[in-house]
Design a protein around this ligand. Structure first.
Ligand code: PMP
Length: 384
């Protein structure tokens, strides 16, 4: 028996996803977009079907906007190294936030160094983003806003619509990091009007090694590819090459075929479970876990009182997060201790680590009860 409360890191995989991978490898393993024999056709068809599923999942404009990547990190880096390098000049501004995951900070630090653009941050005020100064932070020099939708540490969903509207008024583009939100809610890129949206398959029941970069067609058309190789070209001669149409221009080489097909199975599975159920169930678990944790002496829970997300981060007095989590592992409880790849946010709270419980739809209240019981036992063990 395992109590798995580390879903913000990666989710568990349903059988249908594992079977989709096995079926691909055992029944129609072939490369995509190339072969003219039956199993190559089957592989291409299944792979491209997933593009349609993703297009529907996020209500995108067309499959041409859906690029398969290895995950959120690669998706953000493609935007940074293509759109960023081509469009940012000295004195331009990139705006991100103090609660970003490292994968939405470091690429922009690299690109600002390369281009001379200035990297600015929407700061934290207590437990939320401080939008008081937003009209100054989003100004005529702002060319890109890149923002996390749902925090991977605090129970927060950021008001991205408001930010997108303001950014568009000054002509800036907006990237939404949806790695934590897409496993839990219906996202609609047409409604959001974001220019880019990124996410990973492995946090939404899919395999590792697959993710998505959504981009508006007219923007993608005008971006250069980051990676060169097979599949992304139209014509290659000894002195120059021309590019394939989007989205293929951004998918150089043999893609992660099995993983993409697995992601398709995960999307079907999640649609079947239903996002309404997922949100309602996870929100009940969050409320219950919060009220139970609040009964523990000397606990500090980070984030606003009203937890809107699927994670709870906390520390307990003098106890090291690592010690507690290591001992909880003895009871087969998997939770995370660390900085959760958000060191600037940890600095805001003046801590170096926290314990993070993150839920998904398969978790239960009885698991939370077991967790609380074991947490109390571990505290006692350390005290003695
Ligand atoms: N952004 C957020 C908000 C995340 O939680 C994560 C994963 N922890 C990432 C980006 C990076 O995702 P991946 O490691 O799958 O590329």
């Amino acid at each position: 028996p395992l109590v798995y409360f580390d879903n913000a890191s990666t989710s568990q995989k349903p059988k249908c996803v594992i079977e989709a991978l096995t079926q691909f490898y055992s029944e129609y393993n072939a490369n995509v977009h190339r072969g003219i024999y039956k199993i190559a056709d089957a592989a291409t068809e299944e792979y491209e079907k997933v593009r349609i599923k993703v297009n529907n999942l996020i209500n995108s404009y067309s499959e041409r906007s859906i690029i398969f990547t290895s995950g959120t990190t690669e998706s953000i880096n493609i935007v940074a190294h293509s759109w960023g390098v081509e469009n940012l000049r000295k004195g331009d501004e990139i705006l991100i936030t103090e609660m970003e995951h490292h994968s939405n900070i470091v690429p922009w630090q690299i690109i600002s160094k390369k281009t001379g653009a200035i990297l600015r941050y929407i700061p934290m005020r207590d437990d939320i983003l401080d939008l008081n100064n937003i009209d100054n932070l989003i100004n005529n020099r702002t060319k890109l806003v890149s923002i996390i939708h749902q925090s991977n540490v605090l129970g927060i969903i950021n008001p991205i619509r408001e930010v997108i509207e303001k950014a568009h008024k000054v002509g800036a583009k907006v990237l939404v990091d949806a790695a934590q939100s897409i496993p839990h809610m219906n996202l609609d890129v047409q409604n959001l009007e974001c220019d880019f949206l990124t996410f990973s398959g492995h946090k939404m029941c899919g395999p590792t090694g697959v993710g998505v970069l959504f981009g508006k067609e007219n923007i993608l058309e005008n971006m250069d590819p980051v990676f060169g190789g097979g599949q992304m070209i139209e014509k290659v001669s000894l002195d120059k090459s021309t590019w394939n149409e989007i989205p293929f221009k951004f998918e150089a080489g043999t893609p992660n075929i099995a993983q993409v097909i697995g992601l398709g199975a995960a999307i079907d599975y999640l649609m079947n479970v239903g996002f309404d159920f997922i949100r309602e169930h996870v929100s009940e678990l969050i409320q219950y876990a919060t009220s139970e944790l609040q009964k523990i002496e000397h606990i500090t829970i980070y984030g606003p009182n009203q937890n809107q997300g699927s994670v709870i981060s906390f520390n307990i007095d003098k106890y090291s997060a690592y010690d507690l989590v290591k001992l909880l592992d003895c009871y087969n409880i998997a939770v995370r201790a660390g900085h959760h790849c958000v060191q600037p946010l940890m600095n805001h709270y003046n801590i170096s680590s926290s314990i993070r419980k993150s839920f998904y739809f398969y978790n239960t209240k009885s698991e939370i009860n077991y967790f609380i019981e074991c947490l109390k036992k571990t505290i006692k063990i350390i005290d003695h």
